[in-house]
Design a protein around this ligand. Structure first.
Ligand code: SF4
Length: 456
């Protein structure tokens, strides 16, 4: 019997991508295999995010496309989950006739039950439920993380969630409301999972959490901290361990100590600064000042040679004046980030800033600030990449640069992209590469040696 086909569309961060691996693994047990296009699918899942963009509009416009597909393929089902589902619940079913079922941020395990319910309705001749009988599971976020059988798409890079949720309540952020308060996995579970991945031949593990440095704060044991966890993971025989995201107010000297030892923990810290103005940082409830953040960056750069510090920045926060923005420009010049995701402020109903301030910075002014910072950041990255010409770097090859191009690309330990002539069979291997040129997009080079021994 042919297997049923599943297409998952994921919005948002790496944590959501990993959740989608959990959805795929769970549904594989029920006979579904993943496909790359919705046209091939029997079941489409939207795994949504509310943190950035205008999520609802996108979701409903893509649901409209699925509705057109359903005209040719009436048995096709569409389920919507993730943050938007958690926040809107049955309103999604009321607004879009294309959506068959809805599941919340912590209700992935309920999908098989919802599918059975839909099948029963189909057998009884009423697939599309009326408004008063929605097929949905949106529960209060529980204390424990859902235990899912992840189906990892990569055979050499794996994501491992260490925390979910966040208890910080930054004023602009929807995460604590849609994914709940901080919940940490027990260290034994994480160490076991990473050990199993190492035994299966994985070469890189990325630890995931909204704020990895707050790991353990909810567990009431002073020996369970992110630094302790990282230290334990350095003892596992796996070449690379990454983590994201760090929070400037929570990263501890003990974490920097682990990074400074040049073990298997990679020299990359993604640490959102959001603004360079002390006043805006206060209004955002971030818990640090510009000066404290810069001290941290200088300390990291001093103690961890070659460390790549990347960041997130929001422009056009309601209380951000031109002078505040200039403070951010100044901070970017001083911190010299290796990369920055820069976003225009967009109010999220339910957050503190949404209720406290009108979205007062005009759209064209937000756009101007965004472009100014993007330009500055590009210039910094191009200059710093240029300084690396002549270096020899270790690259884990992730794929072909373009199919059939004869070029492959991968990442250095510090998460810099490197493109160089190579063969598709090198994907998943370590290659020692000499950097011969650079641009804002990354480094370019030539391979010296494939599957280099990895430093211990
Ligand atoms: S630290 Fe702040 S921005 Fe990050 S997830 Fe938590 S509340 Fe949101």
């Amino acid at each position: 019997m042919s297997r049923k086909k599943l297409y998952i569309r994921t919005w948002g961060c790496q944590m959501n991508e990993h959740k989608s691996e959990g959805i795929a693994g769970l549904l594989a047990r029920y006979g579904y295999e993943l496909v790359d296009r919705p046209e091939e699918a029997d079941l489409v899942i939207f795994n949504t995010c509310m943190v950035r963009e205008k999520p609802e509009e996108k979701i409903f416009s893509e649901a409209g496309m699925i509705r057109r597909l359903k005209e040719k393929k009436p048995h096709l089902l569409l389920g919507v989950g993730g943050c938007v589902a958690q926040a809107l619940g049955r309103k999604i079913l009321e607004r879009s006739p294309a959506v068959d079922f809805v599941f919340g941020s912590a209700n992935i395990s309920d999908i098989p039950r919802l599918l059975t319910e839909l099948e029963e309705r189909r057998r009884n001749g009423h697939l599309r439920p009326g408004r008063d009988e929605p097929v949905m599971a949106v529960s209060k976020i529980p204390d424990r993380l859902e235990d899912l059988p992840f189906l990892r798409r990569s055979r050499f890079q794996a994501k491992v969630t260490i925390t979910e949720g966040c208890s910080n309540f930054c004023s602009f952020c929807i995460v604590p409301y849609t994914t709940g308060l901080l919940r940490s996995r027990l260290p034994g579970e994480i160490i076991r999972e990473v050990s199993e991945l190492a035994a299966q031949g994985y070469k890189e593990v990325q630890l995931l959490g909204q704020n990895v440095d707050s790991y353990g704060n909810d567990l009431d044991d002073p020996d369970i901290t992110f630094a302790h966890l990282l230290r334990a993971l350095t003892r596992i025989d796996i070449p690379r361990i990454r983590f994201t995201s760090s929070h400037p107010k929570d990263i501890t000297p003990a974490v920097i100590d682990v990074l400074a030892e040049r073990n298997n923990v990679c020299e990359h810290v993604h640490m959102a600064v959001q603004s360079g103005s002390d006043k805006v940082l206060r209004d955002m409830r971030r818990g640090y000042t510009k000066e404290q953040f810069l001290e941290l960056v200088y300390e990291l750069k001093k103690r961890v040679p070659g460390v790549n510090v990347t960041t997130d920045i929001i422009v056009g926060f309601p209380t951000e004046t031109e002078r505040d923005f200039e403070e951010t420009v100044d901070l970017v010049k001083k911190a010299r980030f290796g990369g920055a995701y820069i976003f225009k402020y967009s109010p999220r109903p339910g957050t503190i800033s949404y209720y406290k301030w009108p979205d007062s910075v005009p759209p064209e002014e937000k756009q101007r600030r965004l472009e100014h910072l993007l330009q500055l950041q590009k210039q910094i990255v191009a200059e710093d990449n240029q300084k690396r010409v002549g270096e020899v770097v270790e690259v884990l090859v992730e794929g072909e640069a373009k199919p059939g191009s004869g070029q492959v690309l991968g990442k250095t330990r510090e998460n810099k992209t490197v493109v160089f002539p190579g063969r598709p069979e090198w994907v998943g291997e370590f290659v020692r590469v000499r950097v011969t040129s650079a641009s804002v997009a990354g480094l370019f080079g030539e391979a010296l040696e494939v599957s280099v021994p990895v430093p211990t």
